[in-house]
Design a protein around this ligand. Structure first.
Ligand code: SF4
Ligand code: SF4
Length: 229
């Protein structure tokens, strides 16, 4: 050990250290290297540009892009049934809501208020993954600005986006989400109350959701006219 310490140490402060490479005269005056760098810069000035003049020009992300999470508005109403799964799955606990019930609507449960704290959101998409109603999805919106902590908490009004504006993402989810797990995990539209409206559109009964529910109640209460004996 002692012997090793007495050996000269190879570093630039040590007089016995030899440089691995010696510079030529041209390298020592730096000028050719400076002109090379200027030439490179000049070439780049005429190269094709990939930058955009944001915010005048905006990038349109593809459907796979995970922008800010939004609530899907289906025919003027949120799809969300306030089950709380998204809040449970959210790693930074960014989602909070209060469930309420409306017995006049077959959907029954709805979020009285629903908030996402965008200061916490990490755009992981877990909320979208777990939602059984396809009620919360990742949008293409990356243009998120707020000036205070309060403004960063998005309420239901700011979160709701009509499903027509989210068509790209909804189609993407239909085609690619959880395919590896098979049909069981797919979004089943017939299990969603909004499909009642779709069915009504197909059958053209002209009944509102409330009327349909009333009709169902009457049918359930009516005695059968004939008895199976
Ligand atoms: S994207 Fe992730 S972090 Fe953001 S609200 Fe959804 S689950 Fe939470
Ligand atoms: S998981 Fe879907 S339905 Fe359940 S509370 Fe979240 S957004 Fe609403």
């Amino acid at each position: 050990m002692q012997e090793n310490l007495e050996k000269p140490v190879l570093n630039t402060l040590n007089k016995e250290y030899k440089r691995e490479r010696t510079f030529s005269f041209m390298e020592n005056i730096y000028l050719p290297e400076i002109f090379k760098a200027l030439w490179y810069t000049l070439k780049q000035m005429f190269a094709p540009k990939f930058t955009m003049l944001y915010p005048e020009e905006k990038w349109e992300p593809p459907a796979i892009f995970r922008g800010r999470p939004v609530l899907v508005e289906d025919e003027g109403q949120e799809r969300c049934v306030s089950c709380g799964l998204c809040a449970r799955a959210c790693p930074p606990l960014a989602i909070s809501m209060q469930a309420n019930e409306n017995s006049d609507d077959p959907k029954e449960r709805y979020p009285e208020w629903f908030e996402i704290n965008m200061l916490r959101c990490i755009y992981c998409g877990y909320c979208e993954e777990v939602c059984p109603e396809e009620a919360i999805v990742m949008s293409k919106d990356y243009d998120i600005v707020f000036e205070s902590r309060e403004e960063a908490v998005y309420d239901k009004e700011r979160l709701l986006v009509p499903k027509e504006d989210l068509k790209d993402r909804l189609d993407y989810l239909k085609n690619y989400r959880n395919r590896q797990f098979g049909q069981f995990w797919d979004f089943q539209e017939e299990n969603n109350i909004h499909s009642v409206r779709d069915r009504d559109r197909t059958w053209n009964t002209g009944l509102s959701l409330v009327d349909m529910l009333e009709q169902q109640k009457k049918n359930d209460a009516t005695e059968a006219s004939s008895k199976w004996t």
